[in-house]
Write a protein that binds this ligand. Structure first.
Ligand code: BGC
Ligand code: MG
Length: 552
């Protein structure tokens, strides 16, 4: 067992090896977090400067979106060197310094490994594409055209068009589930697996606490390259791609979710388990069988620790019925699965705008998230209650948005620079012109203003994270008796002798709630929770309560 380099220094509530289990993870999109050198792009030194702020939130860990060498066609999700930092973000020494400082402050660090594909600028691809018989010729997914010259099958790229790109050197097509500049690696080749695991070891040796694993269910494709069947319109949903994207017209039986993946995930887990206290969070993007795959991938102790779920990232409002349906499905089909929930991230419209939340509703949802069984990811700026940033077509950067504009505006609106100081230039993000415009509406909600106002959303998030950290039942307990009555969602969480009852009024009208038998007290005085009166309580519109059983 390799001890964690700075285990002794981790002082946060959950210092044990299972910190991830119910942990609260803060996602940093490095380009937009804090720019330290005035080039308009956030960087690792910027993150390092802001670690005390992150510590003040009370989270267990940060997940940093990719900062590796990249031509940035997909803003870092197209890696050209897995073992180096892109100069725009800094150097490996900057990374090490940031990691050490994070550990000093009791913050674990997860990095984002994009293993399903590389950039077309990666030396592996440059070699692979040269000939059909070089040592790396089989490292990517190459296939001959059909007789009429068209691609080998009907697979579609999420970012638009066929998933196959013609290459005039090899006179073959290569597979890309995302941009054509993001060729898919061929996981059926064990040398590819070995090279990726070596790379993961490189970062484990540097001391990272875990990985967020990009598009983990895309690693393998059907070796026979069978075409996907069509999906009937009524079965489509917008959980991983907007409705205007024809990617939703297929049932992705063959282009992803292949059974061979399980053995690879076990190799990755075995590697991670050589080190103490590290965790794997796999992103499972599937519109039809996300929870099913999550159950497979998190089963037992030999695969992923947790899977990142898309269930609450959709544009449909997160109603009582949606929560109930998701947890019912988990209970019946995936009782042992360990989800990691998110409402916002760098790929979707910020949830305050996506669900068009009132001020009260915006306060309820994060409290609810902290009460759900599973781990939780918060996205930078969410703690400020930021709405989606406004980005004009001329300022768009995201190729996905440029492709599907105007029905789908892409992902720039959730990636605008984080506002730190309302009155400062670029709202304190940095001295130079930022890569995406600073939104004035967001600047008005900057950290400095909220620090000064005890009622601000920022303090609300600090309190609700603290509530979660103070109650093991909320972080790691069982979840039982979920029920819906009108607009009220209620459930219980319990572990050992600790019992917690939660009820949320997801609607505008007042509702009465019966508390379960027993003597219950309010779990926090600072979140605006409603106190019980005998065996009942009244929840105004968007009111909520969290009660602790006396004697627990
Ligand atoms: C990431 C995206 C990225 C895609 C391709 C994802 O799911 O979160 O930002 O574009 O994978 O790597
Ligand atoms: Mg910079």
């Amino acid at each position: 067992m390799n001890m964690h380099p700075s285990d002794m220094k981790l002082t946060n509530a959950r210092r044990g090896a299972d910190w991830w289990h119910g942990g609260v993870i803060y996602q940093i999109y490095p380009r937009s977090f804090q720019d330290s050198n005035g080039d308009g792009i956030g960087d690792l030194k910027g993150i390092c400067q802001r670690l005390p702020y992150i510590q003040s939130l009370g989270v267990d860990a940060i997940w940093i979106s990719p900062f590796f060498k990249s031509p940035m066609k997909d803003f870092g999700y197209d890696v050209s060197d897995y073992r180096d930092v892109d100069p725009m973000f800094g150097t490996l020494a900057d990374f090490d310094a940031m990691l050490e400082e994070a550990h000093n402050l009791g913050i674990r660090v997860m990095i984002d490994l994009v293993m399903s594909h590389t950039s077309n600028q990666h030396p592996w691809f440059s070699e692979s594409r040269k000939t059909r018989d070089n040592p790396k010729s089989d490292w990517y997914v190459w296939a001959d055209p059909q007789l009429d010259g068209t691609p080998p099958n009907n697979w579609l790229s999420i970012f638009g068009g066929s998933a196959w790109q013609w290459d005039s050197r090899r006179l073959q097509y290569y597979l890309h589930n995302f941009l054509s500049s993001q060729p898919d690696l061929n996981f059926h080749n064990s040398e590819v697996q070995d090279a990726l695991l070596d790379m993961a070891r490189f970062w484990l040796d540097r001391g990272v606490d875990g990985f967020r694993l990009d598009t983990i269910n895309f690693y393998f494709h059907d070796a026979r390259l069978r075409s996907n069947p069509p999906l009937p319109p009524e079965a489509r949903n917008a959980s991983i791609a907007p409705m205007v994207n024809p990617y939703n017209h297929q049932d992705h039986l063959y282009s992803k979710n292949q059974p061979e993946n399980l053995a690879f995930l076990e190799r990755l887990r075995a590697l991670t388990d050589e080190y103490e206290g590290r965790a794997c969070l796999g992103e499972v993007g599937d519109a039809q069988r996300g929870l099913e795959i999550m159950a497979q991938y998190t089963e037992g102790e030999s695969r992923m620790h947790m899977c990142y779920a898309f269930e609450f990232l959709e544009s449909r409002p997160a109603t009582t019925e949606v929560f109930k349906a998701v947890f019912d499905k988990l209970t019946t089909e995936a009782a042992d699965a360990w989800p990691c929930w998110a409402f916002s991230n760098h790929d979707v419209k910020r949830h305050v705008s996506r669900w068009n939340l009132s001020a009260e509703a915006a306060r309820l949802y994060p409290v609810l998230m902290m009460c759900l069984r599973g781990s939780a990811c918060l996205y930078q700026g969410e703690e400020l209650g930021l709405p989606e940033g406004d980005v004009a077509f001329e300022d768009l950067q995201d190729p996905y948005g440029i492709e599907f504009w105007p029905e789908f505006k892409g992902r720039d609106g959730c990636r605008t620079p984080l506002p730190w100081v309302t009155q400062a230039e670029n709202a304190g993000f940095g001295d130079g012109k930022a890569w995406l415009p600073v939104d004035p509406a967001q600047a008005a909600m900057a950290v400095d203003r909220q620090e000064a106002d005890p009622d601000a959303m920022l303090h609300h998030y600090r309190r609700l994270i603290a509530l979660r950290q103070d109650h093991r039942a909320l972080a790691q307990g069982d979840m039982t008796n979920m029920s819906v009555s009108g607009n009220v969602l209620s459930f219980e969480r319990s572990i050992d002798a600790e019992w917690v009852f939660c009820a949320f009024n997801i609607g505008d009208t007042t509702a009465q709630v019966r508390t379960p038998d027993g003597d219950w007290n309010i779990a926090s005085d600072s979140l605006g929770l409603m106190a019980p009166d005998g065996g009942a309580l009244t929840l105004p519109g968007w009111g909520m309560t969290i009660l602790k059983k006396a004697g627990g």
